[in-house]
Design a protein around this ligand. Structure first.
Ligand SMILES: [Fe+2]
Length: 336
């Protein structure tokens, strides 16, 4: 039988790639954005500054603070990469959100499991990004490989997971071939490519991609369903009649693009203490924008729930970039 040997979770936002000097560029985007989601409400940038206190974050996004936050994040990304290199699992189950990278408006599955042979990380195409802002070019260059790269998947386990999830009451979308775009097969989204490029350092391990629609109303799976789906996935892995060491990976979160430290720390405490009730009872309106990706962690925790593993929070780094408290709170964790 397959065995779950560990789990990891990592944020994957652009501030993990962009040098701290350039974070202010993202702050400019924040200033011009129509609204920001925060604690279930929607605010303009100026309203957010007023709500949170005009001087609340002054010391939190100086260049020195940004450099310190960036350094701490890189330290933990390296630690996760070293950990995976040592752990050498046979298979990853990667839980990530799809932000209209694979699935678009024709069909937006609440949750989908890919059971094809391989996923594609599209090679970086400078032509495609020639009019993009230089910060976007840099982020895209890091997420993509220099040339088209296929990462092997594990159709047998994926199909077993789909069937077992159906038995457990989840009408999972089964995706068996790469979706096609105007230029051929679509590349996998950033939640997945970040793991392969930054955490596996391009040393690919076969994976089962689990894609959640955390972002797009109205069919985002709710927090409880994410946790329960994770449980079903974990049970499926453990009942797969093949000897394989499997690692569960959550990609994304924590609060962004408005940082809410109180919420993050409450969620992380609940995760560390196995306080599932707190996680699954969070109201849906908290899970907007990037903060919604924290549900990928909830799903992983569901998958790990009967392993007896303890969560080791490597670090929590609120990476502020503006006086409104926008940015991305980064979290890095291991379960073993
Ligand atoms: Fe994301």
């Amino acid at each position: 039988m397959a065995e779950i040997v560990s789990g990891i979770a990592t944020s994957h936002g652009p501030l993990l790639i962009l040098p701290p000097e350039d974070w202010t560029i993202r702050a400019e985007f924040d200033r011009t954005k129509e609204f920001h989601d925060f604690q279930g409400g929607r605010y303009t940038f100026d309203e957010l500054v007023a709500k949170r206190g005009p001087d609340s974050f002054t010391e939190r996004f100086t260049l020195e603070a940004r450099q310190d936050h960036f350094r701490r994040c890189q330290l933990q990304l390296d630690a996760l990469a070293d950990y995976m290199a040592e752990l050498k699992p046979d298979i990853l189950v990667v839980i990530g959100d799809d932000q209209k990278e694979w699935f678009f408006d024709e069909v937006q599955p609440a949750y989908a499991i890919f059971s094809g042979d391989a996923i594609l990380n599209e090679g970086y195409d400078p032509e495609k990004h020639k009019n993009s802002h230089k910060s976007i070019q840099l982020v895209e260059m890091h997420r993509h490989t220099p040339v088209d790269t296929y990462y092997d998947c594990v159709p047998e386990l994926a199909n077993h997971m789909v069937a077992e999830a159906m038995e457990a009451g989840f009408d999972v979308t089964a995706s068996t071939t790469l979706p096609q775009g105007p230029d051929g097969p679509r590349g996998i989204g950033h939640a997945f490519s970040f793991i392969y490029r930054r955490i596996l350092r391009d040393n690919a391990i076969p994976l089962v991609p689990v894609l959640l629609n955390t972002f797009f109303a109205p069919n985002q799976p709710r927090a409880k369903r994410c946790f329960d789906l994770g449980r079903a996935i974990g049970e499926a892995v453990k009942s797969w009649p093949t000897d394989a060491r499997v690692c569960i990976v959550a990609s994304g979160g924590l609060s962004h693009f408005v940082i809410d430290e109180e919420w993050d720390l409450r969620m992380l405490k609940a995760m560390a203490e196995g306080d599932v009730d707190t996680l699954i009872n969070e109201p849906q309106n908290i899970f907007e924008s990037g903060t919604s990706e924290t549900k990928n962690w909830f799903t992983a925790i569901g998958a790990l729930s009967d392993t007896g593993f303890k969560m080791d929070l490597l670090d929590y780094v609120p990476c502020y970039r503006s006086e409104a408290g926008t940015g991305n709170a980064m979290g890095f964790a291991i379960w073993n």
